[in-house]
Design a protein around this ligand. Structure first.
Ligand SMILES: [Zn+2]
Length: 381
């Protein structure tokens, strides 16, 4: 199968996160036929669904170049709004339509075909591996992170990783991601004392200190940004208070915020900072406060150097463009790889990812295969 046929075959599997629907078995067969050694890892954790993962490796020598990807897709939404069957891989006017076509089944197909062509026509010292999870679009608890922990405990080592997520805003090859900001969520909860609005002397209104806390946090300038990162930003996403009539001072008030932060900070420092500000406006009073944090990703940056140069050169040689090394956008599984090896992200145009009528330019899939093959060639040279 070439990369186009392979993309269509992958779209046929209804691998809506966390269901695998046989897509990993299919990949295992394809990779085994090329000579990859395949291992499956199924992980469980309380409160999250069980997830199946695949680690496949060709060769045993170092360095080990790993492709990171996911076969799970987001739900299709309103099926009647789709112009094509979301699980058929229909071709129309130079595009393939279907859930996962852009994010990111075609990148997996492109990498498999690139690896096969490279292996069949080159002698090289090293190994090529693929870590494919079915838990990237879900909680990401039983996916890439656990596979990495497990294979490293078995003595496995990865030298460099390319995550094949869509990275190009408009045209294939415009952008390579070399880092990402971190993400921290916080819920600030203030408890006062409920009562009648006409008798403030008997109440304690939690909205007063909460308002000051929000104001102070919004006035903070966390940093100026750097050459590689935009400034970190705090965004409040929700404010609420316990229900009541219009003449009732509420008992509780809470606010939720999300911070996207660069490598000037760690989530731990930021938690401390928020805690101090909440403390400042509630101490020496009868107010009670609680702050709950949830960090989904620490920031990371792969320093510009040999690896990033190889990737950029390999991309630009095929597209003729001058690709941008960027740290913009949301998080991906690169946040887990970064604890083990150098990592960059490069894949297709992500415009239609997660949308109704998700699609990919057929021409781009073959171009991406050629780019991936060129990366392997330049990496192992
Ligand atoms: Zn994705």
């Amino acid at each position: 199968m070439n990369e186009i046929e392979l993309t269509k075959s992958l779209i046929n599997y209804k691998s809506i996160t966390p269901e695998n629907d046989g897509v990993l078995e299919f990949l295992e067969n394809e990779l085994t036929a090329i000579g990859f050694n395949c291992k499956r890892y199924k992980f469980t954790d309380k409160n999250t669904p069980d997830v199946d993962n695949l680690y496949a490796k060709f060769g045993n020598e170092e360095p080990n170049f790993c492709f990171g990807g996911h076969t799970d897709v987001v739900p299709i939404g309103d099926e009647s709004a789709w112009s094509f069957d979301p699980f058929k891989g229909s071709e129309n006017k130079g595009k393939i339509y279907g859930r996962g076509s852009s994010d990111m089944k075609s990148a997996i197909a492109a990498f498999i075909c690139a690896a096969r062509e490279f292996i069949n026509s080159n002698k090289f010292k090293g190994s090529i591996s693929m870590l494919i999870t079915n838990d990237e679009e879900g909680p990401a608890i039983n996916g890439t992170k656990k596979v990495l922990d497990k294979i490293y405990s078995e003595g496995e080592k990865i030298a460099s990783c390319l995550v094949g997520e869509p990275t190009s805003p408009k045209n294939l090859g415009e952008m390579i991601k070399i880092g990402r900001r971190g993400s921290l969520m916080a819920t600030i909860n203030i408890t006062g004392k409920q009562g009648h609005v006409a008798y403030p002397q008997w109440n304690l209104n939690p909205i007063e200190p909460l308002n000051k806390i929000i104001h102070e946090l919004n006035s903070l300038k966390l940093d100026e940004g750097s050459e590689e990162f935009p400034p970190s930003n705090i965004e409040f996403v929700n404010i609420s208070s316990s229900e009541g009539a219009t003449n009732v001072v509420p008992n509780n008030a809470s606010a939720q915020l999300n911070i996207r932060f660069n490598t000037d900070h760690t989530s731990e420092d930021l938690q401390k900072l928020i805690g101090e500000i909440v403390e400042k406006f509630t101490k020496n009073s009868d107010y009670k406060s609680q702050v709950d944090f949830y960090c989904t990703a620490e920031p990371f940056l792969t320093q510009r150097g040999k690896f990033t140069s190889i990737i950029k050169k390999s991309v630009d040689e095929i597209t003729g463009l001058d690709s941008d090394l960027s740290t913009t956008g949301g998080t991906s599984d690169a946040r887990f790889f970064k604890d083990y090896c150098e990592v960059v992200e490069f894949g297709l145009v992500g415009k239609s990812a997660h949308q109704i009528d998700e699609n990919v330019e057929i021409e781009d899939i073959s171009k991406l295969k050629n780019i991936y093959k060129n990366i392997l060639k330049n990496y192992f040279n």
